[in-house]
Design a protein around this ligand. Structure first.
Ligand SMILES: [Zn+2]
Length: 397
């Protein structure tokens, strides 16, 4: 067996004939330790919290804004033997308390975890989650576990442990792992043919149309998702969300919201793990489990896939192909998860906007929320149509 070399395809954008982004890469901060900010790099303490005299189980209540509405998230930690009734009672207390203390809140989301095993976003999943718009507070209070926007773990012990932790590195550049010959073949392949329908790869859209795809990775998130969906609704733009399977399972109502708003759902693995180096059956399981979760919520097939961290190898691509997925890359990553500042993100987005571009953003970044309306407005003023990547592929025949 030949010894595999590792090639960082930092020049991928150059290979595609696209302008790279010349600014130095910002320093990456360590991953946030707890919900709701993980698995990003944003410091959880940056979000304001609501404080009142409440049950100690209601550990932290944070809130954020997209400039139009505010949404809060309550992190609740209970003993693992706590009954569903008890979990529900704490949830209701948190939701009512938050609404009572902050008039402007549009929605309060809750995540209830077993305190003994709570280990942030990458740890065991919550026991119960709910998303309560202010207009539906009474309904939540009366329906309890039958509330439509509530998820209850059917079996608290049910947890798919994975030998590897979620990767802490976010999508930045597509990184190809393989031997030099394989890398050269990739380069030739990318340069020679487009669209990549036959091989299940999609690097960018048609360069002769003033359109760009808007994609968000790492969804769904219990505080930022409703803010982002609200922003997109106001902007009248549809996008593609690359969802993490385990997060989609426990926040299914956000997946339904995305579908209802006309967005497109893609697969971003079940555990947000680094795929090169995994065995084929593990990679396939990551993809299939996620499809299973999303398809059971959506009742429609999911066909787009994006590898976490942008890390991929020929083997990764082969597994994606075997499962019928099209692997989607990107042409433009403004590095939103590093929180470089609203104006920097905006500048990078506009500077890199190009026909056939695929814009990569993350769903849980407050700065992205602030910048999005301006970006959409300016892109449209320049004559760009922003659309989900699946639609771009469909029309790129
Ligand atoms: Zn990701």
């Amino acid at each position: 067996m030949k010894s595999p070399g590792v090639f960082l395809v930092l020049t991928l954008l150059g290979l595609l004939g696209l302008r790279g982004w010349s600014k130095p890469l910002p320093t990456v901060l360590p991953p946030g330790a707890e919900q709701p900010v993980a698995p990003g790099y944003k410091d959880a303490s940056a979000l304001p919290t609501l404080e009142w005299n409440r049950s100690p189980a209601i550990h932290r209540v944070e809130y954020g804004s997209n400039g139009f509405i505010e949404v809060a998230h309550a992190l609740i930690l209970v003993p693992k033997e706590a009954t569903v009734a008890k979990q529900l009672a704490f949830s209701l207390e948190a939701v009512k308390g938050a609404f009572a203390r902050r008039e402007k809140l549009h929605e309060v989301d809750v995540s209830v975890y077993a305190a003994e095993t709570f280990d942030g976003f990458g740890g065991p999943p919550p026991l119960l989650t709910a998303s309560v718009p202010k207009s539906r507070l009474r309904e939540f209070a009366s329906l309890g576990v039958d509330f439509e926007r509530l998820w209850l773990s059917d079996n608290p012990a049910q947890f798919l442990p994975f030998p590897r932790p979620p990767i802490s590195r976010r999508e930045r550049w597509p990184v190809f792992e393989g031997e030099e010959g394989e890398l050269q073949a990739q380069r030739r392949h990318q340069a020679a043919s487009r669209p990549e329908r036959a091989t299940g790869l999609y690097f960018h859209g048609p360069s002769d149309r003033r359109e760009a795809a808007l994609t968000f990775d790492d969804s769904p998130h219990p505080l930022y998702e409703p803010l982002l969906l609200d922003s997109l609704r106001r902007a009248g733009v549809r996008a593609t969300f690359f969802c993490i399977g385990r997060n989609s399972r426990v926040y299914p109502y956000f997946i339904r919201d995305m579908l209802q708003d006309g967005h497109e759902l893609g697969n971003h693995t079940y555990h947000h793990v680094r795929l090169p180096g995994l065995k084929n059956d593990q990679v396939i399981q990551e993809i299939l489990l996620t499809n299973q979760v999303l398809e059971s919520i959506l009742a429609m097939p999911v066909r787009l896939f994006r590898p976490p961290g942008g890390d991929y190898s020929n083997q990764t691509l082969q597994c994606a192909r075997e499962t019928g997925m099209t692997t989607v890359f990107w042409t433009d990553d403004p590095g939103d998860f590093d929180n470089p500042g609203d104006s920097v993100i905006e500048e990078r987005l506009l500077e890199n906007l190009r026909p056939g571009g695929i814009v990569l953003l993350h769903d849980n970044v407050e700065e992205t929320l602030q910048v999005l309306p301006t970006f959409v407005r300016l892109a449209e003023r320049e004559g760009y149509r922003l659309l989900p990547v699946g639609q771009m592929i469909e029309e790129d025949r």
